[in-house]
Design a protein around this ligand. Sequence first.
Ligand SMILES: NC(=O)c1ccc[n+]([C@@H]2O[C@H](COP(=O)([O-])OP(=O)(O)OC[C@H]3O[C@@H](n4cnc5c(N)ncnc54)[C@H](OP(=O)(O)O)[C@@H]3O)[C@@H](O)[C@H]2O)c1
Ligand SMILES: [Zn+2]
Length: 337
Amino acid sequence: MRVAAFSELTGPDGVSVIDQATPEPEHGEAVVSVEACAINRHDLWVLEGDPAMVDTDDLPFVSGLDVAGTVDAVGDGVTAVEPGDRVVLCPNETCGTCRYCREGPENLCENFSLYHGGLTEAARVQADRLVRLPDGVEPVDAAALPTAYMTAFHMLRRVDAGPGDLVFIPGVTGGVGVAGVQLASVLGAHSVGTSSSAAKLTRVESLGLDYAIESTDPDEIRAAVTEIGTVDGVLNHLGGEYTQVGLDVLRRGGRMAVCGRTAGGTSEINIPDLFLGHKRVIGSTMGTQGDLERLVDLVADGELTPEIEATYSLEETGAAFAAMQDRDSVGKLVVTP
Ligand SMILES: NC(=O)c1ccc[n+]([C@@H]2O[C@H](COP(=O)([O-])OP(=O)(O)OC[C@H]3O[C@@H](n4cnc5c(N)ncnc54)[C@H](OP(=O)(O)O)[C@@H]3O)[C@@H](O)[C@H]2O)c1
Ligand SMILES: [Zn+2]
């Protein structure tokens, strides 16, 4: 079978399509014929050689978390799915035995890790991590959901977003950002977001963004959001200097969920403002399989249409990562092996 592997960790030109043996499912596993695999900033960190993400001894490395397709074969002991089922993978990998696995939510697992291996024609996965797709939910839409939409949905739950709330999303045009806008709207909340690009903001406004701010400058953003209103919750996937901006515009007692560090892995924050304002900063990673099931239902019910910028063949996987690196796209980029 063909696999889009990271042969060198040099960025998009390090992707090459190679042949590998088609996997056989072992106990508890399924092999999924991959019809769609969305890419994420996470894969790009790996491809750019972030030493925290992958060891060069592991090359060629097959990334890709967000797998959707059809079950080809199942191993012993699998009852959750059968060959022919249309499915999407929840890429959470958990130990199933720690205190957090027992008590939930599962994404707190102390041995939490993520599935990698979807940028291929056939992926070997844990069968009980597959969610069945109802009729009408297409694999490309389903593949958009796990990392971006599940993460944004979980963050919205963590900040307790509800009807009438104002949610602030710095960097609103990417996977997590657009998902945050669409899902805030599903929950009855309003959204305000930022981008360096007026054209991309116009597109996100058409997807439900209520207030668009074209700026990357923290002072300008702070002033513009303050003019719009008091923020009830912040979805922060940028980190860096945007963390304090988010805290500045947050109402007293408001919550900020943090899931990323695109603009910087450290943030300086104003401690007196934090405690005097009773504000909460909440770390959040991925979501639960239950979140993913709920998202699949929202798509099936027509309440959510994941935003797909473009689809790419397996051979074009490097071009998909180049588009992400160039900050050229709105929403999700999906490889269709
Ligand atoms: N912890 C978790 O479970 C989890 C899950 C999913 C994602 N994440 C993290 O969340 C972040 C977003 O992921 P994603 O897949 O949505 O990425 P993405 O699609 O690449 O996000 C693009 C957005 O980020 C903005 N951006 C990019 N570089 C920037 C910079 N240097 N300064 C300011 N803004 C910048 C872009 O702004 P413009 O519109 O101006 O181009 C755009 O709005 C990543 O850090 C990712 O690792 C974490
Ligand atoms: Zn665990």
